[in-house]
Write a protein that binds this ligand. Structure first.
Ligand code: MG
Length: 274
């Protein structure tokens, strides 16, 4: 059985308490939710923070609180900050990278989302990549479209990204890349052509989570992602379950993830460190 890294995206930028009371909003709730997910087998935490009114925040103080709490209560867990854009001032998206999380998400191009254009203009992408490089933060390249792989390649050619990035293919967002199995093969082939040493994962949004995860695991993915950011919108999966119970669910033998706990340290080292 090949071990994989279980990533938890506990909050995201979209779900609100009215949608699901289990969504952790305050730093205290986020630390507790992450700790429970850690104990259930997760080893990488993807972090968004929120304002008191639940809107997306870029506040370095909140990012710092959550980061410190995770490091205290979840020893060895990888902390990954989101630099994603929904509801945030573009210029503030990299404002917490000086806190030196282990990783940060990096979208390398723009894409249509259900109700907005997710804008990632080249100067902003390069600025975020520069800040990550200068602070020793490993990027997770968020690929919402094939062209985003080539955006990552251009960053590497300019010295803003190394030759072994961690790549996440995001499938199933309305108006963006659909969740079709043959598309994952296209994406993976192109990623390995551009970055032969890359590590990778794939996330299916909402009702697509389980099928995309199974395709990824069948192709030897290094990691999978779950959590309320991913499952939000799926009536079939979410109901009222919180992220920690989703982690337990992900470790069912049918998904070949039972060894994640035993072997996670080794895989984490290869994923998060240069
Ligand atoms: Mg995110």
């Amino acid at each position: 059985m090949t071990p994989v890294v279980i990533t938890v995206a506990i909050t995201g930028s979209v779900p609100r308490k009215k949608d699901n009371p289990a969504v952790p909003i305050t730093p205290t709730e986020q630390i507790e939710s992450t700790r429970e997910a850690f104990e259930a087998g997760a080893i990488l935490a993807h972090i968004h923070v929120r304002n008191d009114d639940e809107t997306p925040s870029s506040d370095p103080e909140r990012f710092g609180k959550v980061c410190n709490g995770i490091r205290t209560h979840c020893p060895g867990m990888i902390v990954q900050f989101s630099t994603g854009g929904r509801g945030r001032d573009p210029q503030a998206r990299g404002s917490s990278l000086f806190l030196k999380p282990d990783m940060a998400s990096l979208a390398t191009g723009s894409v249509n989302f259900p109700t907005i254009v997710y804008e990632n203009q080249t100067p902003l992408v390069e600025d975020l990549a520069s800040k990550m490089r200068d602070n020793g933060v490993r990027p997770e390249i968020e690929v919402f479209d094939l062209s985003h792989l080539h955006g990552a390649r251009r960053l590497a050619d300019r010295g803003l990204l190394d030759e072994r990035p961690h790549v996440q293919f995001v499938m199933g967002i309305q108006n963006a890349m659909p969740a079709h199995e043959h598309l994952l093969d296209v994406l993976l082939t192109e990623a390995k052509r551009l970055f032969p040493s890359c590590t990778w994962t794939a996330a299916g949004i909402g009702r697509h989570q389980a099928e995309v995860m199974s395709w990824a695991l069948a192709r030897g993915a290094d990691a999978v992602r779950t959590g309320l950011e991913i499952t939000f919108g799926s009536r079939r999966i979410v109901s009222r379950r919180a992220t920690p119970s989703l982690c337990s669910w992900q470790r069912t033998p049918s998904l070949s993830m039972g060894a994640a706990l035993r072997h996670r340290r080794k895989r984490v080292t290869s994923l998060a460190l240069v």
